[in-house]
Design a protein around this ligand. Structure first.
Ligand code: GTP
Ligand code: MG
Length: 242
């Protein structure tokens, strides 16, 4: 592989039970493969011990960097900050809740020979059925309105060549940002590859996107989350027509 350095970032909100394991497993993985890497934690408005845990790790290893903001600005805003702060040749991001196995990154690198972005899809998604249903509708809308033919748009396991972002201006702040990057990259002629990876249930902590408890079938997504994404779809649609 020609790429010698990599930035890996994690958007985080209240992941005290997950963040330590997430950062350390990524560090172990990268240390075996890259001489030059950084791990960025983008923590928005976390009110638990997430920031303290990362500060301790940061003190021991300067390649780990914490960026905090006082308020929860949205998942997409976290992604945008991550893309902006990343300084290395490659950029990768994933969630902090350990729902992916970082070792599956091995499957992504070979595709960089042919593609500028590698977007993973979850071979068997381990989330409540209702979440999977909503995600399927979302994927369909993104395909119909923006012509993006990606199997699993919001799977948070994506690798990008840094130059993808050279000319990119992002405007969304919700979960739509993931799709926005792929749509704009495709428009600029960057090539997107896809590969299947494993997925695991969230074992600790609670997603801020749902209300109440969940089981394997049921999960209630906060209506505001859906309304905000639909609203941003409209804004993105207009932005792309300019
Ligand atoms: N920076 C930032 N990170 C966020 C924000 N909201 C959520 N996150 C993080 O984004 C990642 C994805 O959120 P999750 O809660 O796992 O969402 P999900 O995967 O749809 O839900 P689960 O299936 O329950 O895991 C996690 O690492 C969260 O901690 C936010 O406003 N800002
Ligand atoms: Mg998750």
């Amino acid at each position: 592989m020609n790429y010698k350095s990599i930035s890996v970032f994690l958007p985080v909100f209240n992941e005290g039970e997950n963040i330590g394991k997430a950062v350390l497993s990524i560090k172990k993985y990268l240390a075996k493969r890259f001489k030059d890497f950084e791990i960025l934690v983008i923590s928005d408005g976390s009110t638990d011990n997430t920031n303290e845990i990362v500060q301790k790790l940061e003190k021991k290893d300067r390649r780990i960097k914490l960026f905090t903001r006082n308020k929860r600005l949205g998942y997409g805003a976290g992604l945008r900050a991550g893309f902006e702060k990343s300084t290395k040749d490659l950029i990768f991001y994933t969630d902090a809740d350990n729902q992916f196995d970082i070792n599956d990154m091995d499957k992504l690198f070979p595709l960089l020979g042919k593609y500028d972005i590698v977007s993973a899809y979850r071979i068997k998604r381990k989330d409540p059925l209702m979440r999977i249903f909503i995600a399927n509708v979302y994927n369909l809308l993104v395909r119909l309105f923006f012509g993006l033919k990606i199997k699993d748009v919001d799977a948070s396991f994506k690798l990008y060549k840094k130059e993808t972002f050279d000319e990119m201006k992002l405007i969304t702040n919700t979960g739509l940002t993931d799709a926005e990057v792929l749509i704009k990259a495709q428009k600029q002629g960057f090539k997107i590859g896809q590969i299947g990876v494993r997925h695991y249930p969230r074992l600790h902590g609670q997603t801020p996107f749902e209300i109440g408890s969940r089981n394997i079938f049921f999960a209630l997504v906060k209506p505001k989350v859906i309304v905000d994404i639909l609203h941003e779809m409209k804004i993105l649609w207009k932005d792309l027509k300019k």
